[in-house]
Design a protein around this ligand. Structure first.
Ligand SMILES: NC(=O)c1ccc[n+]([C@@H]2O[C@H](COP(=O)([O-])OP(=O)(O)OC[C@H]3O[C@@H](n4cnc5c(N)ncnc54)[C@H](OP(=O)(O)O)[C@@H]3O)[C@@H](O)[C@H]2O)c1
Length: 325
């Protein structure tokens, strides 16, 4: 039996239960991993409240990313052996001291990357990778708007976008978060709880607006976010921290300047193993070069998962949060 955090019914952070669970032997194509750190993500909230369905139904172990050491391998696994250091995005099931995971989702960790760093950056960093390099290819001189720029995804986003030569505008919930976003490569910050973020984007860009808006807020920033995009630019809706965007008339994209809009997810972009490996290589390269640092600003014991969720949802966190089994 190993310690884990399970969801028996959907609801607030209080539904998270810390308990002992059995871990099966790895089946064909699977590995068993002793986990040293588990990432905390807003995506976990969506699973906890039932907005994203857990494939096996209730109860389920929460958590979508973790890092640890391989302790056993199933039939047919040749890429990994006991002792290998690995990390993965594989959810749900990551809030546990040990778990079984499909080997085709695991990535070997380079020596320079610790378990804690890996658990703090696989889901977030791979997401930033595909959003900046594939969903919309950001190039030098482009202007991007990143919502929630001081969050887990946000701080990685700002650094990477700046590294690519973009002019980075970020929205943040407080002055402290603005300072942090600045320190992580955000050229202009907007306090979107106090300021009209559309008016500020117009002012900052001299009316030229942004080539792309990366929006993870959803309900509260839509449709205003469309007014921050130049004609033929792209609206990337990749999260719903304030609630989901409701159905809208597609003609809105016409009237706002023939805009493109997409609602991408990491699962699609990393579905093929060769894509996952290439994305991880790109992420490890920017981290190894020092261009992107992974700020782990909150660490909790696995048994404190309820507190980790309360902090995340009350907008009290910055950068990445991890749980330590
Ligand atoms: N599509 C994908 O592939 C993908 C993958 C991973 C994550 N995501 C999305 O990326 C986003 C960021 O994830 P994260 O784990 O790094 O979280 P995070 O950004 O660290 O936390 C969410 C932030 O959203 C802001 N926010 C605005 N309105 C909020 C509200 N009503 N309630 C709570 N927070 C609110 C807060 O920042 P301020 O105080 O600065 O406003 C808060 O800190 C999430 O929306 C997540 O779903 C998408």
């Amino acid at each position: 039996m190993v310690a884990a955090v399970r969801v028996h019914k959907f609801g607030g952070p209080e539904v998270l239960t810390y308990e002992d669970v059995p871990v099966p032997a790895p089946g064909p194509g699977q590995i068993r991993v002793k986990q040293y750190a588990c990432g905390v993500n807003f995506t976990d909230v969506y699973f906890r409240i039932g907005m994203y369905p857990a494939p096996g139904g209730l109860p389920f172990i929460l958590g979508n990313e973790a890092a640890g050491e391989v302790v056993d391998v199933g039939q047919g696994v040749s890429e990994f052996k006991p002792g290998d250091r690995v990390a993965y995005v594989a959810g749900p099931g990551c809030y546990a001291a040990e778990r079984v995971v499909n080997a085709d989702r695991a990535i070997k960790l380079p020596d320079g990357i610790s378990y804690e760093q890996a658990a703090a950056m696989m889901l977030k960093g791979l997401t930033v990778q595909y959003l900046l390099r594939r969903t919309f290819k950001v190039e030098k001189g482009m202007t991007v708007l990143i919502q929630a720029a001081a969050g887990g995804i946000g701080l990685i986003f700002c650094q990477w976008a700046k590294h690519l030569g973009a002019n980075v505008i970020g929205t943040v919930g407080s002055k402290e978060k603005a300072a942090l976003a600045h320190a992580n490569g955000c050229h202009h910050t907007i306090l979107y709880r106090e300021e009209d973020f559309v008016a500020r984007v117009k002012e900052i860009t001299g009316g030229k607006l942004c080539d792309v808006v990366y929006d993870s807020i959803g309900k509260d920033t839509f449709p205003a976010a469309l007014d921050c995009i130049r004609p033929l630019g792209m609206f990337v809706s990749f999260g719903s921290a304030s609630g989901q965007i409701q159905a809208f008339n597609i003609n809105l994209l016409q009237t706002k300047g023939s805009l493109f809009a997409t609602r991408p997810t990491l699962n699609t972009y990393a579905a093929k193993r060769q894509d996952l490996l290439a994305m991880a290589d790109d992420l490890f390269a920017v981290v190894a070069s020092g261009a992107v640092k992974i700020p782990i600003n909150q660490k909790y014991k696995l048994s404190d998962a309820q507190k980790a969720h309360r902090d995340l949802e009350s907008r009290a966190t910055t950068g990445s949060s991890i749980l330590l089994p």
